[in-house]
Design a protein around this ligand. Structure first.
Ligand SMILES: [Zn+2]
Length: 146
């Protein structure tokens, strides 16, 4: 009897391990790989201190994607639509959000007005800016992917 019990225990342990192994790989490693890709995509080095790849600026928090509507020497404005629930009429309506994001020197030539880019939150760099451009997803004309 004791041998059977032990065998059952071992089976249970194995099952638990299997479940654990199945659970873990789904979520986290894929995100980690993506982050590595974004850092690899930017090849040129730059002297910008507030660059997330070559400088000391840490990126954290939320990511947003949008179309560039304005470009300034070290800043861009992106715009994207979101749906908001209107309670009185029980319907959704579209609202536009504008975000001012810092443009690092190494992405300066790459990004132009009309491009589709991704920004991520960072520490507040000024009154308006608390996001940084991390990559370009599509360019305006050709729709080429990076
Ligand atoms: Zn850089």
């Amino acid at each position: 009897m004791e041998e059977k019990k032990q065998a059952k225990k071992i089976e249970k342990k194995n099952e638990k391990e299997k479940i654990d192994n199945e659970k873990e790989p789904k979520g986290k490693p894929a995100e980690a790989k993506k982050e590595v890709k974004t850092t690899e995509a930017v090849k040129d080095s730059c002297d910008d201190i507030k660059c997330p790849f070559h400088g000391k600026l840490k990126i954290r928090g939320r990511k947003f994607q949008g179309i560039v509507t304005k470009k300034f020497p070290k800043r861009i404005v992106i715009e994207f639509e979101r749906t908001v629930f209107f309670r009185k009429y029980e319907r959704y309506y579209k609202k536009k959000t504008r975000i001012h994001a810092r443009l690092p020197d190494c992405l300066k030539n790459e990004i132009n007005v009309g491009d589709y880019v991704q920004v991520q939150e960072c520490r507040p760099l000024s009154k308006l800016i608390h996001h940084v451009v991390i990559k370009k997803i599509k360019s305006q004309n050709k729709g080429e992917k990076l």
